[in-house]
Design a protein around this ligand. Structure first.
Ligand code: ZN
Ligand code: ZN
Length: 209
């Protein structure tokens, strides 16, 4: 069955994107959710793990899942530095919710760890996921991090990672490493036309055209 399945892992969402000839897992969530992810992914034909960006809450199970699913992982090269230093792209907060999130994420970046892994697939603007059996295209959405990407799935659904969040209502991420790039990425998302939006944080929503 084709489509996007949300896999909530605490306050972060991972997604299984099922295509005609394969599937990709988008993000890997926090430690503690690996069995939930495997329940959904084993037998689903997963051929690639796509990481929307390099932040801890989206990558913590990557090494384990690469091994258990026997698949490579993909990350935009501009976020590779986050795999060795989560604070290599300092974040600034937008508004009160951003300040709260910033203090929480600084704490987790300093106190939590993850098993090391090497992404062997580079994804860049316009790349197709057809080689992995899925009708989706990569959009570069820098701003939250330099290497943030989204996936435009079948031209009607957009997985935005943390470029946008749906904390109280859908909106731009309240944390970013480059506010100007972030504004451009939001304009880019809005220019795409109507889309169902799937966030790294919060419930799915719809973007009118
Ligand atoms: Zn993030
Ligand atoms: Zn996040």
């Amino acid at each position: 069955m084709r489509g996007i399945r949300r896999i909530p892992c605490g306050n972060v969402n991972c997604y299984l994107v099922q295509g005609e000839e394969g599937a990709v897992l988008v993000d890997t969530g926090y430690t503690g959710y690996v069995e939930r992810l495997l329940d959904t992914c084993l037998g689903a034909g997963v051929r690639l793990i796509v990481l929307t960006h390099g932040h801890l809450d989206h990558i913590q199970n990557t090494a384990l899942l690469m091994e258990r699913l026997g698949v490579p992982a993909a990350l935009h090269p501009a976020d590779l530095g986050l795999l060795t230093d989560q604070q290599s792209q300092p974040l600034s907060a937008q508004g009160p919710a951003g300040r709260l999130l910033l203090s929480l994420s600084r704490h987790s970046f300093q106190t939590q760890a993850f098993l090391p892994f090497t992404p062997t697939v580079e994804l860049r603007e316009g790349d197709s996921l057809a080689p992995w059996g899925v009708d989706a295209r990569v959009l570069e959405l820098p701003g939250h991090t330099a290497g943030s990407i989204g996936l435009d799935v079948e031209g009607h659904s957009l997985i935005v990672g943390d470029a946008m969040m749906n904390l109280f209502r859908p909106g731009p991420s309240c944390l970013c490493s480059d506010p100007a790039a972030q504004r451009d990425s939001i304009a880019r998302i809005r220019s795409l036309g109507p889309r169902s939006l799937y966030f790294g944080h919060g419930r799915p929503s719809h973007l009118p055209g």
